[in-house]
Design a protein around this ligand. Structure first.
Ligand SMILES: Cc1cc2nc3c(=O)[nH]c(=O)nc-3n(C[C@H](O)[C@H](O)[C@H](O)COP(=O)(O)O)c2cc1C
Length: 528
């Protein structure tokens, strides 16, 4: 007879594929694995055995929505989110695919040539495994957004993650509609899938709605789509999957996950009831997920999948310099701040960044305040002008404008230059934006004399993660691997969920029993 009652609860919770009972026998609580012959053959079966609780087997694939995983060819419901400028690198995307998950290449901020390089690399390395690319809304450069979409269509990129959209744009709608057809069974097939990322309900509504008719008409009139594609488009949502993004690294509205996710899930239900889409809509959660407990909470609240960003930036595969990874490993939860965003500077958009070890948030804030109160650089008080030129720009304003102009010439954005030549406030904004843009590049490349200007996008999740892994092999950035961390979070979420099921049935646990400490990927796989 195998009672397994000698296995300590903590160890039993790790054996996530085994369901077990908590049994009260002769006043003693013990734990018995379900598939043993304890119940069948026990000579004690007639004695007073009392089942106090049952804990089911829970594998990582049980946590999320199976339909989401099937749609994207995933084994596990986990996304490594896009991080601009290739910080979410091809190496990161590859390792995620190789471990049954998906990563989105950080195409934002990169030239079309650089994005194409990554596409070719990933298509060659992952001929059959899932991977995706980011499409970030370019408020100031719709031509770049369209060029990116054309590139994705040319190379048959079937999964994109769309972020920072304020409304549906021609490029996004074009991507979604192109290639739509009806199969022999009358099902509409949409080859191009969009995972939208939102923190606002009004934008979520647009993603869950069919493509706006006005934009569809205009694409049709420009012969970019066919009559069939236009007609079919009205039966599918812009995005089948939507990531609710709570307080996160990078662009964020700092929404609390506990309020945002239920709202988005009820919105999903509302749209399913209204449109009766054939394929189900799914909602995932991003923002603040960095520990087994937060991953378990996301799934417990109904997330179809989880998505992480900040923690992956400290990993070996991240396309950012070692110094930044070291800084990230030292960060606590309170070491982040909101700062003006380079891409939507003029409209006051903000990004969450690291404030420990860099002056970037303070400097960027100063530039934004001056932009709000001054109409031209000369209007700025003498002391601030001096500080900006000597410390921030490390060049005279005119020299900084000359290099900014060069940048816009190189990227073919003549319009911005023309506007700046006649509008001194716009010129000032472009120079300030160029400082903001360069500060991310310095952080990526690791330019030691610009260390104090590093702009490092990151959310409080990095602090929670550092706290969790303190003292473990994951404490040092040299050991942080994106897929290994992802598997730790998923596996840890299984353990935490099992512990919480036990707790809710009235089983008191030792303080440490329900927690989970990081394990090497090999060991995790041995349990799966
Ligand atoms: C360094 C960094 C860069 C990011 N860049 C992008 C981006 O270009 N496009 C995008 O959709 N999301 C971007 N994000 C957001 C992440 O994809 C993800 O949604 C977010 O980080 C999740 O929250 P977390 O930081 O709490 O994990 C970025 C996040 C970080 C930390």
């Amino acid at each position: 007879m195998t009672t397994e009652s000698s296995i300590p609860l903590k160890k039993l919770l790790l054996q996530v594929r085994k369901s077990f009972f908590a049994i009260q026998k002769d006043g003693q609580l013990s734990f018995v694995i379900k598939d043993t012959d304890f119940f069948k053959d026990s000579p004690e079966k007639d004695t007073a055995l009392q089942i106090k609780a049952y804990v089911p087997s829970i594998g990582p694939e049980n946590l999320g929505d199976a339909r989401f995983m099937a749609r994207h060819g995933l084994k596990y419901p986990y996304i490594a989110g896009a991080m601009a400028n290739g910080i979410a690198s091809a190496a990161m995307v590859k390792t995620m695919a190789e471990h049954g998950m998906i990563g989105f290449f950080g195409a934002g901020g990169l030239s079309i040539e650089k994005i194409e390089e990554a596409i070719i690399d990933l298509k060659t390395s992952l001929p059959t495994k899932p991977f995706g690319f980011n499409l970030i809304h370019s408020l100031n450069d719709p031509a770049h957004e369209m060029a990116t979409v054309n590139l994705y269509l040319k190379h048959g990129i079937r999964q994109i993650c769309a972020a920072a959209f304020l409304r549906m744009t021609p490029a996004l709608v074009y991507y979604r509609i192109k290639g739509l057809y009806e199969d022999n069974n009358g099902n509409i097939v949409a080859p191009n899938t969009i995972i939208g990322k939102v923190s606002r309900v009004e934008i979520a509504r647009q993603f869950f709605s069919p493509p706006p008719e006005k934009l569809v008409r205009s694409l049709l009139e420009s012969h970019m789509i066919t009559e069939t594609e236009a007609g079919l488009s009205q039966y599918i949502p812009m995005a089948q999957d939507l990531t609710a993004e709570a307080d996160s690294g990078g662009h964020t509205d700092n929404r609390p996950a506990l309020t945002l996710l239920p709202t988005m899930i009820s919105l999903k239900n509302e749209f399913m009831n209204t449109y009766h889409y054939k394929e189900p809509l799914c909602v995932g959660l991003a923002g603040g997920i960095a520990t087994p407990e937060s991953a378990a909470a996301a799934f417990g609240m109904g997330a179809a999948y989880i998505l992480t960003g900040s923690i992956n930036q400290s990993c070996v595969e991240a396309g950012i310099c070692e110094d930044v990874k070291r800084l990230l490993c030292q960060a606590d939860q309170a070491d982040v701040a909101m700062a003006p965003a380079a891409d939507m500077f003029e409209i006051g958009a903000r990004v969450q960044v690291l404030k420990r070890g860099t002056l970037f948030p303070v400097r960027a804030e100063k530039l934004y305040r001056l932009f709000q109160t001054c109409n031209r650089f000369d209007e700025i008080d003498e002391k601030s002008r001096q500080e900006i030129q000597e410390k921030f720009l490390q060049a005279s304003f005119e020299d900084a404008w000359a290099s900014t102009k060069q940048f816009f010439l190189r990227t073919g954005n003549q319009k911005e230059i023309e506007k700046a030549e006649t509008d001194p406030r716009h010129k000032m904004a472009l120079v300030f934006r160029s400082y903001l843009g360069l500060s991310s590049k310095w952080a990526i490349q690791g330019v030691p004399h610009r260390k104090m200007d590093y702009q490092i996008w990151c959310g409080p999740s990095i602090g929670a993660f550092n706290q969790w892994v303190r003292g473990s092999f994951l404490e040092s950035h040299e050991n942080r691997k994106t897929a290994e961390i992802a598997l730790n979070l998923l596996f840890g979420a299984c353990v935490c969920t099992r512990a919480s099921i036990l707790r809710t049935q009235g089983i008191a646990m030792e303080m440490d029993d329900g927690s989970f400490n990081p394990l090497p990927v090999k060991e995790i796989l041995s349990y799966l």
